[in-house]
Design a protein around this ligand. Structure first.
Ligand code: AMP
Length: 562
């Protein structure tokens, strides 16, 4: 099957995707389209963003959906609002000529009443984020009795954002006869567990594999200490002119710091992370798509919803913990048949992490030297000519009589003048600057990142769950009690923490002279950290006492959750 016309998809669908310029199915589409059209088994597909996943499941489903019924037949669950809107937009495009098919997006952080109203249109397809779907189930606004297909998109991400309970509730609320398709970039233990419990003898496919992504992406890494990282980043950007890139950071704080640094240094850059409001994020993404900015500094989670195909570079300002995330990030470049470059900045103490990435992903990575001022000017000269020759059309008219007499100059002299003019500021910046010292990977490892990194990251994750989705959630599940304070707690399942332990810890931390016992609310234990609620009047006891206690030898820390 090399062309869409060789599939059995209906003419309405072929016409719509033809208009979008799709000619041949991508690798994952080649595998899923015939499977979904003919098989009733569940499916697990290991695939990353950018492989054509959305069309892979929605085209065959659209082909089979019953447009005479006005009941929900397809439910797609995905982790973020951006992805939810993207999938909805794609499905609407694919079903453009199926006039009786309606698709509705439901997601947190936006008016639930508006969404309930749009459900009155009786869509056959719902694309939603788990928290909002639960809210709507609780309000009896969704009827899942006729669901035929359930898609879990980016299952790994949904689980790592702590949506396990919500997924399990939704999976059990939908009819047993449905067919479930689970898409995930990585096969974590949690994803395996969910698939074991909720999928029946699933067929497995794996595409967009590391090998495929690798071919047209060149991987470079540079060893540099923390203090010189920003300067090294500037040099790497300057030595790769005309780039359109994403710089990945580990935490929101780091993301903002790096973006501020670049903006202060005159780059068309901006930050994308979860501390920004939805409107701010939308603006940044729009600016980036329109290329009003050409460098986006982002956290992994925030960058998920962004769909751009023409990135020239991906820069790993900080390495991720999971090698698959490294592949996922890098796979953002080198799309649509173009070449891409992935650049990683590595601290001397991260040698073990680098080794792990190399061995798990089998990616060939070449160590580079941080460019000198001279290297940078050379690269920039190349960049000026590259952009010059890329211009094939006139953007404005002007009369040749405006050009002065240039006959006194040779063409080389003119080129020199042009380059001096264009690169003056950069040349002045690097003129008296020392080159950065070469650094070596050290044998002393710290592959978990610095304490500060870890703390920022855990706090980020906690906030991710607290944003939009949670605060919008009505009804039973974990509504924040006004008389309670919600705490972020640094221990989680990985520390063998159980609810009883948390009760014990809170009781110890709050048992003062007074006989009154603190009321304890919701306790939520996640993989790496937890949340709990305690009566407001005991807030200070928790804050001041927990820090001096230990659990199984580990230091404990509680902070008021945002
Ligand atoms: P996805 O993995 O679903 O986010 O898709 C990645 C990008 O590839 C999107 O911009 C799609 O519009 C595009 N795409 C999906 N399938 C095809 C195809 N068969 N041919 C060309 N582009 C495609």
């Amino acid at each position: 099957m090399n062309l869409f016309t060789e599939t059995n998809l209906s003419p309405d669908i072929l016409k719509a995707i033809g208009e979008l310029g799709y000619e041949s199915p991508t690798e994952i589409q080649k595998q899923t389209i015939p499977f979904i059209l003919s098989d009733i088994r569940d499916l697990i597909a290991l695939a990353q963003t950018g492989t054509g996943k959305t069309a892979a499941f929605s085209l065959p489903i659209l082909d089979m959906i019953d447009d005479t019924s006005r009941k929900i037949q397809l439910l797609v669950l995905c982790p973020t609002r951006e992805l939810c809107l993207q999938i909805t937009k794609d499905i609407k495009n694919y079903s453009k000529y199926m006039k009786d098919i309606k698709t509705t997006a439901v997601y947190g952080g936006s008016s639930i009443m508006d969404q309930i109203r749009s459900l009155k249109d009786k869509p056959q397809i719902i694309v939603g984020t788990p928290g909002r779907v639960i809210d709507l189930i609780n309000r009896k606004a969704l009827d899942f009795s006729a669901i035929h297909w359930l898609v879990l998109d980016e299952a790994d991400e949904m689980l790592s954002m702590g949506f396990k309970d919500e997924l399990e509730t939704i999976l059990s609320e939908t009819p047993e006869t449905k067919q479930t398709f689970l898409f995930s970039a990585t096969m974590s233990k949690e994803v395996e567990r969910i698939s074991k419990n909720y999928l029946t003898k699933p067929h497995r496919i794996s595409v967009g594999s590391i090998n495929e992504v690798k071919k047209n992406i060149k991987h470079e890494y540079y060893v540099i200490g923390y203090r010189q990282k920003k300067e090294a980043l500037k040099r790497l950007i300057d030595s790769n002119p005309n780039q359109y890139s994403i710089i990945f950071c580990r935490t929101r704080m780091e993301t903002q710091e790096v973006a501020d640094f670049l903006m202060q240094n005159g780059y068309a850059a901006d930050a994308l992370h979860g501390d920004l409001s939805q409107a701010q994020r939308d603006t940044v993404m729009k600016k980036f798509r329109l290329k009003n900015i050409d460098i986006l500094v982002a956290t992994d989670v925030a960058a998920r919803g962004l769909d751009v195909n023409s990135l020239t570079h991906v820069i790993h300002y900080s390495l991720p913990d999971d090698p698959e995330v490294f592949v996922h990030r890098s796979g953002r470049t080198g799309r649509a048949g173009k070449d891409g470059i992935s650049i990683a900045l590595i601290k001397p103490e991260e040698s073990r992490k680098l080794k792990q990435i190399k061995s798990v992903t089998k990616i060939e990575m070449h160590e580079g030297k941080i460019p000198t001022g001279e290297d940078i000017i050379k690269a920039q000269v190349g960049g000026v000519f590259e952009s010059l020759f890329e211009i094939h059309e006139d953007f404005f008219e002007f009369d040749d009589s405006l050009i002065p007499d240039l006959s006194a100059f040779t063409k080389e002299e003119l080129a020199h003048k042009l380059l001096q003019f264009q690169l003056k500021d950069l040349a002045l910046y690097y003129k008296d600057r020392h080159d950065l010292m070469d650094q070596k990977l050290s044998s002393r490892d710290d592959d978990g990142g610095s304490r500060r990194d870890r703390r920022d990251r855990d706090r980020d994750r906690g906030r991710d769950r607290d944003r939009g989705e949670r605060s919008e959630r009505g009804g039973k599940p974990r509504r924040k009690n006004e008389d309670m304070v919600r705490f972020f707690f640094n221990l989680g399942k990985k520390d063998q923490l159980k609810k009883l332990d948390v009760l014990d810890i809170i009781n110890k931390a709050t048992s003062g002279k007074s006989k009154k016992r603190a009321e304890i609310g919701d306790i939520e234990i996640l993989e790496k950290f937890s949340f709990f609620e305690v009566e407001k009047s005991f807030k200070d006891n928790v804050l001041s006492n927990i820090g001096s206690m230990k659990f199984k030898g580990k230091e404990m820390r509680a902070e008021v959750a945002n």
